[in-house]
Design a protein around this ligand. Sequence first.
Ligand code: NDP
Length: 246
Amino acid sequence: ARPLGGKVALVTGGSRGIGAEIAVRLAAEGAAVALTYRSREDLAEQVVKRIGQAGGQAWAVRADSADAEEVRSAVAGVADRLGRLDIVVNNAGINVVGPFEGISVADVDRVLRTNVRGPFLVTQAAAPHLGEGGRIISIGSCLAERVVIPGSTLYATSKAALIGLTKTLARELGPRGITANLVQPGPIDTDMNPADGETATTQAGLTSLGSYGRASDVAATVAHLAGEGGRYITGAAITVDGGFAA
Ligand code: NDP
């Protein structure tokens, strides 16, 4: 039997990058996967197709993580469709970089709504559906652990908030057999942070391994936490950053 056979997973921001690889990996391990996207329906459908071609089960749901109503109805829709929800992956996120004093109020609101309020509301909507063995996995950033270059005040603030969310969720939901963990990637080659981008050489040089990671590296850790291997891991923040934070 496949490790996640019979489980239902929700992955936010599954149309591209890290979220897409997480969706593919969880589906390959047997989970039925709902993935959300904000605007790239075309790419979301490609991920669904890729999963289907590999023999997995997936569907795409448009839901802007910054919109409370869309988030609530997406989570309810997923739980209704298959009658259960086991694994929630808060992956959708955005990055705004630049000098602290130049960050606008609109940017602050947009980033905090997407990166902090989104995971909070997704998890709140999902929690009533989760039972014994339930898994909440959020995608933070190694910048919540260590910041070595300027320009990330807003992003690092948003990702550090997920540490508090994760630890308290572990305490509140632990008695129900539900775990909550944070996976903190380092430089991972995606649209958000391409390995041939302007600051890529600097970022790679700041890791211990000297190179970018792949979205699948993050997905592997998420799969571990989602499966039986994650049974006794909760309240933890695990870096998948090539030693960026070492
Ligand atoms: P990408 O920008 O490559 O992909 C972002 C994904 O999130 C897309 O599927 C996008 O949907 C979705 N998304 C963005 N905003 C929203 C929203 N408001 N509502 C719903 N979906 C949304 O990012 P990555 O794959 O690189 O990043 C994924 C996560 O990993 C993020 O939380 C990011 O902060 C984190 N991370 C990434 C690192 C990296 O180096 N790449 C390093 C550390 C952390 P659509 O296609 O529709 O736009």
